[in-house]
Design a protein around this ligand. Structure first.
Ligand code: ADP
Length: 648
């Protein structure tokens, strides 16, 4: 063919609307026109010489033992010029539904096969074989197209989505009612709208994208043109292709996502609330996965573990806490093994978990966390630090024991006190009866009877005074009247006043030659000394010598009273100076007493800036010491070096 004629023919073919392909007898491409280039996305130079089957999906390359072009040629007579439906393959792999017709000229090596195709815009997922056109009259074809068109309209109009089409300008060419409703205006106002005049840059960007042949998603709040009503929408923009494969416009599919947004917002709010609850819970909460690695913990659990919350993620308890972690992991491990929850498991920090430092108490609850189908995902952990609660419980128990003890002491005291008060009354009333009888009979009165009666009265007065003093001390109302007092003379005087009571005992008094003066209440100090002497006599039932020694050590006067009596068990020595306390050594029956003398003495001595203590051994006698600052002492310099346990 002469060059000029060939170029003219090429120009004619390029002007044709439908794609056109010519091949040689080996089905290799000799020529394609411009419409083919546009539809399939190839440049013609790239196609020349390639097998024509490259333009079709591999599954359609051979049919009934023939290549696709040969098969189509073999069907020519039957089809009588009608096309066959197949998928063509674009260069980018996208498959397009096309109608294909095949023709041939020449013979043998001169044979030329000519294929013409037409793009179809029907939606067909796949086509496994060439589908020949159903023969029909032109009328029927028109009717079929009309039906398809009507169906499309129905689908578009009833879709629960807004749908609009725009051309390349991009002017809206068609839309459904739903879209008009969403935009808040009429269809008539919308058709003709230039999308580039919209104010939302992102929408314009999506329109451009779709016109460039790409899908594009937009999500945002659309403000209606007329009502200003804001609707959250999602729009999918997609290109629309013309029959020649060029983009002729696009469609937008609009979804009103108000409900979805609301559900999402609600879900987010619920999650936020749960999160707040989780984080702020005063109970430690954590979740361990099936490998017992922490997935998440709240602040309280982080505090209990002493490790920041975020540092837990992905780690096991032993990794985080060492040996205590391994011990604490036993609970969750058991839950994982048995699938059974473990509730109210108490553990102490020191004994159960071997954590050094002051004891803390924990209450653990572990339970399996399952998927709806029952698979165990991991272990939920609830841990509470119940140290405070435990301490309060212990304190309550302690107070309860103390209260019980106080009640017991009171009951004991009442029985002792009534016994003690009654003891002098019987001999007193006997003596008085004797006196009465003698007086009636006009007999001589024996002064010893009166002396004995007076002795009983003194004893009774002493007991009552002790009771009164004890209650004054409790109320902080025991008055002292301190003045410069010769302590050595005071002790001597007290010893002398007790001569009548000493019975089989002997007193031995040792005092330095120089006078010892203290600033004190002479009456109360005498009460202290006589109490020590009375006890020494009382608790040395077999007589013996009571040694009283006064010494001066620096600015401190120290009085000691030593008896050879029953002594005091070591474990009771501290309590001797408590109110109502009577040591085990002194059975109530054998040794009368209210357990108040030393209590009163301690208060008096301490309020003089002094100390009182005891050294004793059961069965080997006792020594009571009283140390008082002397008058010359600028400030009390009491012997601090003396054993603490004796200081009261
Ligand atoms: P009481 O009236 O019982 O003697 P005190 O307060 O004087 O009360 O003494 C308290 C307790 O101390 C006595 O009940 C006794 O058990 C013990 N006690 C006091 N002095 C002596 C002592 N010299 N020898 C042995 N025990 C003593």
């Amino acid at each position: 063919m002469a060059g000029g004629a060939a170029r003219e023919l090429e120009a004619i073919l390029d002007a044709a609307v439908d794609p056109f392909i010519a091949c040689d007898a080996d089905e290799r491409i000799l020529h394609v026109n411009a419409a083919t280039e546009r539809l399939l996305g190839w440049d013609r130079e790239q196609l020349l010489g390639r097998p024509v089957t490259d333009l079709f999906p591999p599954r359609l390359h051979r049919f009934h033992g023939l290549s696709l072009p040969r098969y189509l040629l073999s069907r020519r007579k039957v089809l009588g010029g009608r096309p066959t439906r197949v998928f063509a393959r674009r260069r980018d792999g996208v498959e397009l539904l096309v109608e294909l017709t095949a023709g041939a000229t020449g013979v043998d090596s001169q044979e030329r096969i000519v294929l013409t195709m037409r793009r179809l815009h029907e939606v067909i997922d796949s086509l496994e074989e060439p589908v020949e056109h159903v023969p029909g009259t032109p009328d029927q074809t028109a009717h079929h197209e009309e039906t398809v068109d009507r169906l499309y309209r129905l689908v578009v109009e009833n879709a629960p989505l807004g749908i609009f089409h725009f051309d390349r300008a991009p002017i809206v060419t068609a839309c459904n009612d739903r879209f008009a409703h969403l935009i808040g205006t009429s269809k008539r106002n919308l058709v003709g709208l230039n999308l580039f005049t919209l104010s939302d840059e992102r929408i314009i960007a999506c329109v451009r994208e779709s016109l460039a042949g790409h899908n594009c998603d937009y999500e945002g709040d659309y403000r209606a043109l007329t009502t200003s009503k804001v609707t959250p929408v999602r729009v999918r923009f997609a290109p629309c292709y013309a029959e020649d494969g060029t983009v002729e416009g696009g469609v937008g599919i609009v979804e009103d996502i108000t409900d979805r947004r609301r559900v999402e917002a609600e879900r987010e709010e619920n999650l936020a609330q749960l999160d707040l609850l989780f984080r702020g819970a005063p109970v430690g909460i954590g979740f361990l996965d099936a490998n017992l690695r922490y997935v998440r913990v709240n602040e309280t659990l982080a505090r209990i573990n002493g490790i920041p919350a975020e540092a837990h993620t992905g780690h096991t308890l032993p990794e985080l806490l060492g040996e205590p972690g391994a011990l604490a992991e036993r609970g969750p491990r058991q839950v994982l093994r048995t699938g059974e929850p473990m509730v109210n498991k108490e553990a102490t920090s020191d004994e159960d978990l071997r954590i050094p430092g002051p004891r803390r108490y924990f209450l653990g609850n572990y339970y399996p966390v399952r998927t709806p189908d029952g698979r165990v995902l991991g272990v939920g952990v609830l841990v509470e630090d119940i140290t405070e609660r435990k301490r309060a419980e212990e304190e309550r128990a302690h107070l309860y024991r103390e209260a019980q003890e106080a009640i017991r002491v009171r009951d004991d005291f009442l029985s002792i006190a009534s016994h003690e008060l009654k003891t002098p009354l019987t001999p007193l009333s006997l003596r008085l009866a004797t006196l009465e009888r003698r007086l009636e009979r006009g007999e001589n009165l024996d002064p010893s009877v009166l002396r004995h009666a007076r002795h009983q009265l003194t004893r009774l007065t002493g007991l009552i005074n002790d009771l009164l003093d004890a209650s004054r001390i409790e109320a902080g109302r025991l008055a002292l009247h301190p003045e410069a007092t010769r302590f050595d003379l005071l002790v001597e005087h007290t010893l002398a006043s007790m001569e009548g009571q000493k019975g089989n005992h002997a007193f031995e008094f040792e005092t330095p030659p120089e006078p010892i003066s203290v600033q004190g209440d002479a009456y109360r100090l005498e009460q202290v000394v006589s109490n020590l002497l009375e006890n020494a006599l009382k608790y040395s039932p077999d007589g013996g010598t009571i040694r009283v020694r006064l010494s001066l050590s620096e600015d401190v006067a120290v009085l000691s009273v030593t008896d050879p009596g029953i002594g005091i068990p070591e474990d009771q020595q501290q309590q001797l100076f408590d109110r109502y306390f009577r040591a085990r050594n002194a059975s109530t029956r054998s040794y009368g007493g209210l357990g108040l003398g030393l209590y009163i003495s301690r208060d008096i001595v301490e309020r003089h800036g002094g100390r009182i203590w005891v050294e004793s051994e059961a069965g080997r006698g006792s020594t009571f010491y009283v140390a008082l600052p002397t008058l010359s002492a600028e400030r009390p310099a009491l012997p601090l070096a003396w054993p603490d346990r004796h200081l009261h």
